[in-house]
Design a protein around this ligand. Structure first.
Ligand code: MN3
Length: 200
């Protein structure tokens, strides 16, 4: 059985960029529901219940038809949100350009941090409806920006997610209403670049 991971900070830790009420609902209701529905689906298949979350997300297409959709949506939802919380930290830790390993990797892949930010923002704003924007690494170690619909995760395409941004309306509607660009701009202030570096 999977469990909802605790947030590594308080609900209000990312204020004013990500507000406490949104964090509380996003974690305690939306993420919790993905975990509950994933567990519910897995109870129908002991073979799939024994797998890791990553293996479920990579391999859901091979699952019995009755649970395939649930594994895709709720397995992806659980993994995506688990990554999302870990990739955030208080504004004091996230403001500005990443240095060290993450900064160097972004510089060599995209030219400079500004170009990466521009490309990622464009991708995040271009997601039609619900989905995610990602910084990913392929099997050769090359970095790129991709998007996925709904709760799909890049792992399903053989790409390793390094940083993901949830652009579902539930991630921002309370504070930003329909203004996704303001939410995306705010998010740049609360990225945990140490976590990104550790995933490189
Ligand atoms: Mn979400």
């Amino acid at each position: 059985m999977f469990e909802l991971p605790k947030l590594p900070y308080g609900f209000d830790a990312l204020e004013p960029y990500l507000d406490a009420k949104t964090m509380e609902l996003h974690h305690g209701k939306h993420h919790a529901t993905y975990v509950a529905k994933l567990n519910e689906a897995l109870q129908q298949s002991p073979e799939w219940e024994a797998k890791s979350l990553e293996d479920i997300v990579k391999g859901y297409a091979e699952a019995p038809e009755a649970i395939r959709g649930a594994l895709r949506n709720h397995g992806g939802g659980h993994l995506n949100h688990s990554l999302f919380w870990k990739s955030l930290c208080s504004p004091a830790g996230g403001v500005g350009e990443p240095d060290g390993k993450a900064g160097e990797a972004l510089g060599s892949a995209f030219g400079d941090y500004g170009k990466f930010k521009e490309q990622f923002t464009k991708a995040a704003l271009g997601v039609f409806g619900s989905g995610w924007a990602w910084l990913v690494k392929d099997t050769s170690g090359k970095l790129s920006v991709v998007t996925t619909p709904n709760q799909d995760n890049p792992l399903t395409q053989g790409l390793v997610p390094l940083l993901g941004l949830d652009v579902w309306e539930h991630a921002y509607y309370l504070k930003y209403q329909n203004r996704r660009p303001e939410y995306v701009e705010a998010w740049w202030n609360v990225i945990n670049w140490e976590e990104v570096a550790a995933r490189l």
